[in-house]
Design a protein around this ligand. Sequence first.
Ligand SMILES: [Zn+2]
Length: 436
Amino acid sequence: MMREDRKKKRILIKLDNDAHKSKSIQSPDFSVISLKCQAKHYEWGKKGSSSFVGQILKDQGTTIDEDKPYAELWMGTHKSGSSCICGLSPGLDGHSLSDLFIAFPEFIGDMNIFKKYGHHLPFLFKVLSVGKPLSIQVHPDKTLAGQLFSSRPEHYPDPNHKPELSIALTAFSALAYFRPHDQIIGFAKKYKKFGQLLGSELLNGYENSDKPNRQNWLKKCFASLLTKKPENIIATIKDLVNQANVDTGDETLRLFKQIADHYPDDVGTFACFFLNHIQLKPGQAFFIDVNQPHCYLSGDCIEIMACSDNVIRAGLTPKFKDVELLCETMTYKPKRMEKFLLEPIRNNDFTWLYSPPVDEFAIEKIEIPKGKSSGSQFPLHRLHSASLLIVIECESGSINSTALKKSRVYFLPPGLNYSLSGLRGRFLAFRAFIKQ
Ligand SMILES: [Zn+2]
């Protein structure tokens, strides 16, 4: 379907789906297309140029407000923030990537990929800069997402599931998946005030339940916590913060206090006793499947997810909470951290593949150390699908005949051969694509 001679062809496009306004354009080069991507200013984002997202915008020439949070950069075709074409030609610049896929369906991928996903990228690619804990959340599976979208579209904006993969760019900290049950009950015994909040009935319930019923116990425990009276929650948080101030060597209490400092009256603070605490170094990754509770705490990361914005929230947020639904939806099976950390597969000397167990996406990391970058060509994998490339570090260099710049995002049409050359300094980029 893809043809290399496309760049020489004169093509009639109907970017606004209106035959009268159709434009006939001559594209200078269709092999690499620069994108302008939207930032989201959620209040949990890092502020100004301390934010990785803010820094990317600054590098692109945008003036940054140092008091404003820069939480997310969206790369893709999601209707709440589709990326736009820039620097290509006056006829195309400013049009969304979605428009481009409608005009040129072959840009999505080969016929199999187009048949499966149509005119939209099935993934949403992001950079996140987390300044304070995000909400405790789960993402629904496809069946539930469909039901929620049709019954409550004001809270659940699309019918899609949202498994997500995160790769740390800086030291990154998060809570994810339930801890082993014995750890949770261990905390309830160790931190008396937390145990008292849960109540003796629940604590005895654990002792009296056999292993197969422990998930049920955990569900009761979590649901009971989320529905406690606010005054009891606030008082217990205060007690535990006081304890943390005295017992400064206790890592879990320190984490509790770190969350409580931002949310001194929010029941979500107790999530650190229930969910695994992950601390990633740059390049390390983890995968969050649907129905699994998680909460990002701090740091910057690359994130990719199925193209959806469906979030069921329970705490640590001023946004809409759906506690009952969250408790019903969640998977209560504990998972140890090593089971959801995602080890990349080394493809060659300079690329690593992050491939989670979903159809919609995978990410390739391209990393070339300073001493090895100059004087060589670095051929990238030929893909059958559209791909988006974000350049994190690059002094200078090019991809095919297009100059590459740090902090820029590029759309690479499928079926073409790409090669990096003329690199100087360390090179680091991430390329998101539809799984082949
Ligand atoms: Zn999430």
